[in-house]
Design a protein around this ligand. Structure first.
Ligand code: NAD
Length: 456
């Protein structure tokens, strides 16, 4: 195991010796990261295909291009993001300088997840660099090809001391978390999120926890069902359902369920052929452990209305829809994170809202309805990290919207400028001079005290 204390110390020296802080250096590091993505796109696509059998389109759209756009945006905006703010000041400070200085935290740790192993590792890094920090980068060992490639490429393009990459699993992460960081940004499961937060408590290190959970989807009879089915099945099938904001389960009436299932069956055939196993567009489950877990959930919950075929050797599970699912079934007890979509019957929207509010707060809540009152009802009566009406997943790409969870689905948020803000300490500053008029304004504060001074 590498000497983590040494690695973090070097990153701290790099930070303290101003190797990351100036606008010029921040832009230089961002450009280098852009260069890394441009010059190694094919290898990155191969690594993503090796880890998840990701198609070229999903690798380019959701990982490589997504990151490139974020870098270009940061390059164009970082100068204005960094600008010191001058808030309104009270009369007593009229002679003073009152400002908010944007301080980088220092040495930050970014721990990525395996499902979008490139994007979810480097997206926080972009904001951390823009904010002027040193960054210890820890990709997920569960996507080994991408993790290895990140570890090979980053030192070729970025300052090795300021931006070290650490590989490893539970044991390495446990040791790494014993170090003192100035900020920790973690993407992954809620259970490990709790471990990360407990470790951060040792030094009262602030954390962002981008976690998971079951994101519900409610659909009623006012929708354009052809479009709705496309948007829902797309959100569930990209990356074979291994997306933190994939719709986890559907809540609807029995009548809606029947129409949805029929249309979804046809759509899956159109998109992925009669046998989605042969479609180049459909990903694989990341590991045997997750495959076995998913199979267990699928075979012990509700009944299979669409799909259900699987192949352990190929880590393949076809797009599957389960009906007659009971709230007590195993599949309703944990986040699915796979291409299985259970439908739970509810009587109406109020029933659905109760169902949602009786469970832990989801990362995202989806509502499919053309009725604006219904949309507003869900928006006001439920709590979730994000909320999306009549589409799935797409809200993630709106960079001006902060992305994050609430309750057990996480704390903190990022994307676009919000990532810069996450990795920036807003330092309140009051700067006075020795002007005699300014001094007279505040002379009442000095002893000897008197009632006259109190009334001034
Ligand atoms: P995980 O939390 O199981 O693993 C993440 C990392 O934690 C691994 O790399 C592992 O080395 C480390 N780890 C595991 N056990 C540990 C321990 N006991 N001590 C210290 N470190 C430990 O999560 P995962 O399987 O990689 O991710 C799946 C989850 O992540 C899902 O719940 C999903 O919803 C969530 N997720 C959330 C987002 C988001 O943006 N909110 C994005 C992707 C995934």
């Amino acid at each position: 195991m590498a000497n983590y204390a040494d690695i973090v110390e070097k990153a701290r020296i790099a930070f303290n010796s101003n190797q990351t802080k100036s606008l010029h250096l921040r832009k230089h590091h961002l450009r280098q990261l852009l260069k890394l993505l441009n010059e190694n796109s094919s290898d990155l696509q191969l690594a993503l295909a090796s880890d998840l059998r990701k198609s070229k389109q999903e690798a380019v759209l959701f990982e490589i291009e997504y990151l490139k756009n974020d870098i270009v945006n940061a390059l164009g905006s970082v100068e204005s993001w960094m600008k010191t703010e001058r808030p309104d000041k009270p009369l007593i400070n009229i002679m003073d300088d009152v400002l908010i200085h944007k301080d980088p935290y220092g040495v930050v740790l970014v721990m990525g997840a395996w499902n979008y192993p490139l994007q979810l590792t480097l997206l926080p890094v972009i904001g951390a660099i823009a904010a002027g920090n040193s960054v210890v980068i820890k990709p997920s060992e569960i996507a080994p090809a991408t993790a290895k490639l990140i570890a090979e490429l980053v030192p070729k393009y970025l300052n090795r001391d300021a931006f070290p990459v650490i590989l490893g699993g539970v044991e390495e992460t446990t040791q790494l978390l014993k170090q003192r960081f100035d900020y920790i940004f973690y993407t992954g499961s809620t259970s490990v999120g709790k471990i990360v937060r407990a470790a951060a408590n040792e030094y009262l290190t602030p954390v962002t926890l981008e976690l998971g959970g079951k994101s519900p989807l409610y659909i009623d009879g006012t929708v354009n069902m052809d479009i709705a089915v496309k948007r829902i099945i797309w959100g569930k099938c990209i990356n074979a359902g291994q997306t933190c904001i994939a719709p986890d389960y559907i809540l609807c009436t029995r009548q809606i369920q029947n129409t949805f299932v029929e249309k979804a069956k046809q759509l899956i055939k159109t998109w992925y052929t009669d046998d989605p196993k042969n479609s180049p567009d459909f990903c694989r489950i990341v590991s045997e452990k997750h495959f076995v877990r998913l199979l267990d959930l699928m075979t012990n919950s509700g009944s299979i209305a669409v799909g259900g075929r699987h192949d352990k050797k190929d880590l393949y599970i076809e797009p599957t829809i389960l009906t007659d699912v009971k709230p007590t079934d195993p599949i309703m007890k944990e986040e699915i994170f796979g291409p299985i979509l259970p439908i739970v019957i509810v009587d109406n929207a109020y029933d659905a809202i109760n169902f949602i509010n009786n469970r832990s707060k989801p990362l995202t809540l989806y509502v499919f309805s053309s009725d604006q009152e219904m949309q507003n009802l869900f928006m006001r009566q439920t709590s979730s990290g994000s909320f999306c009406v009549n589409d799935t997943v797409s809200h993630y790409a709106v960079e001006n919207l902060p992305f994050g969870g609430v309750g057990l689905s996480g704390m903190g948020a990022y994307h676009g400028k919000h990532t810069f803000d996450t990795f920036t300490h807003r330092k309140s500053c009051l700067v006075k001079d020795f002007n005699i008029i300014g001094e007279s304004f505040s002379s009442a504060k000095y002893p000897p005290y008197s009632d006259k001074k109190l009334s001034m």
